[in-house]
Design a protein around this ligand. Sequence first.
Ligand code: ADP
Length: 216
Amino acid sequence: MRKQFVVIGLGRFGTSVAKTLSALGHDVLALDINEHAVQVIMQDVTQAVQADAREEETLRALGVRNFDVGIVAIGDDLEANILITLMLKEMGIPYVVTKAQSILHGKVLEKIGADKIVYPEQDMGIRLANNLIRTNVMDFIELSLDFSIFEIIAPSKFVNKTLGKLNLRAVYKLTVVAIKKSAGQIVIAPGSNAVVEERDILVIVCNKKALSKLPN
Ligand code: ADP
């Protein structure tokens, strides 16, 4: 379904979010106080506007209240970041995502009603560290502070055993939600008879701590 996004602040983060959403076929209104930032993205989004997003009148005139998702990607100006998040929520945008600079800033955003808080630099750092340390983690999606969905290359100790025999939920406190076979097919919600084969990729849900206990 085509959705309407408003992206406020066209730094590196805001620009890449706006361009990606647009490339995926969604409507994107991109807004920045800086004329140059607006010029640069003009061709890639539905509409690009130079304006100070702290001005409520401007946001109203642009019909921002009717958008499905608001993304506040202003970094350094903490006051603007918080104020604009608050205004978007008060206007009734159902889902507002805001970029935070620190955990404390994130807590403030949570209190004023931001639906999702992102820490792009920290997230990228965590992702990179995970990739460097655990070479068998292909990818992951964070579900909460503790839990994530990981894609891991099946550890050699698991190969040629059934999920029932491996008893991973009891031993490692992890749940296998899918197995990607090397030939390309995918087994969703595999049962206890499913056999782990060499070069399988396991899609698992588990606590981050549990992951570090897995054999390679
Ligand atoms: P990044 O680290 O992702 O590059 P920045 O914090 O450098 O992000 O970029 C933030 C962007 O937000 C800048 O392009 C800046 O011009 C814009 N910006 C800052 N304040 C406002 C505001 N009040 N209204 C609209 N855009 C703003």
